[in-house]
Write a protein that binds this ligand. Sequence first.
Ligand code: NAP
Length: 482
Amino acid sequence: MDMNAVSVPIERDKLYINGEWTAPSSSQRIDVYNAGTGKVMGRVPAGEARDIEAAVSAARAAFESWSRTPVAERAAYLAKIATSLQARAQEIATIVAQEVGMPVKLAVRIQAGAPILTFSNYAKIVDGVKFEERVGNSLVLREPVGVVGAITPWNYPLFIIAAKVAPALLAGCTVVLKPSEVAPFSAFVLAEVIHEAGLPPGVFNVVTGFGSVAGEALVTHRQVDAISFTGSIATGKRISELASQTIKRVTLELGGKSASIILEDADIATAVKGTLQSCCLNSGQTCLAQTRMLVPESKYEEASALAVAVARAYVLGDPLSEATTLGPVASAAQLERVRTYIRKGMESGAKLLVGGPEAPEGVTSGYFVKPTVFGRVNPKSAIAQEEIFGPVLSIISYKDEEEAVRIANDVTYGLSGAVWSKDDEHAKKIARRMRTGQIEINGGAFNFSAPFGGFKQSGHGREGGVYGLEEYLEYKSLQLKA
Ligand code: NAP
């Protein structure tokens, strides 16, 4: 791999506003840390309300013409963006591997690959969307919602940005993006790519900054019509409250505490491996992570032994090393949070089967956590109820399927889940009873065209495919004189 693909430190001192790299209103910068070393890897501007004001004005001004640009033309821009991102995939993966901790080999496929696929898929989706339809004496139009504020987290920084920006632009909306301060650099790459693709000024804008300052300025702005947010429940609540003052449309993609139900008739080795891989993907910093493994009591010992073996096989190390299969977590705060949960798990009476709160042997820098598996977890305890966002699995045993479904549903979240059985129909029957937005049946793959989003406090609204496009469209009815 070309390690020179990214020059470190990365100094970004401008914001992308109205098609230009613009000096921010304040000289304050935010340090961005390398998860593998704990050292500063670069800096971005701490944008403020005045920068948001400039970006929203640009987006508002650009809306008039962008919303009337033929959709096929907008789709062609998305295809161009996908191609240019592809050319910079290695660079994106190297940046995100350092910001977030995902091993670079995987980051090429996921952290770079998923956003590329998102842009290229939306470029193609347009044929399947009805932008007008006759209903009785009405012509029903689908029109862009307006100026969109996109606020994104750090765990899959560019993918989550793409899942908002691609459908918003296709719909004819203009966008002001406020990326996470923890992993902001891929947003700058996207702005460069969009600039080169020749999108009109103001259609896409990036303002980095703290959520409490730049984020809130965006959410409260009267000229912003919709907010699409991905992040934590606490921030989601705050955003909902603030946005209610201007009656904005709000889409919330929040966290998860997903259950993997292994049924009596499942291939247990495959199921345990699949569950642990989901739990530890991106060092557990995945909203879809299957962090609760529900096993029949008769299979508890076997499942536990298998889980320990899978956890032990991870190779912890530098995310830039090709040999690494499990990287660090993204930040010192995240490291502390995960370790606190592991300690809580031990205090709760759960059985620590492998891992623990200490740093892995020989590790003195970077934000590393040992893959940790707890057995005999009380389904009501904190480690079984709350999102940890680290490589920590809770194994819970159940006596029958009724109890398995009840435990799976007994959390405030409802984002994802899994069911494992040799009989697909059996698995689907259980999946239909789970109150959650998407469920993997026997390891079924993520589908970019399927709806993605949550039940309960995992949020509302959907991303992905035509379902994601809907979030950026309004209905308008023209009542015609028959
Ligand atoms: P977060 O703390 O809620 O932050 C998310 C974004 O919101 C960041 O850009 C943050 O800015 C901004 N923000 C913070 N406070 C704000 C405020 N008062 N007003 C407006 N914006 C504000 O979440 P995170 O720690 O970055 O991400 C982890 C969470 O995201 C987890 O709970 C995870 O499950 C969830 N997640 C959900 C999905 C999904 O699709 N369901 C996908 C991925 C992640 P700064 O941090 O830069 O200050």
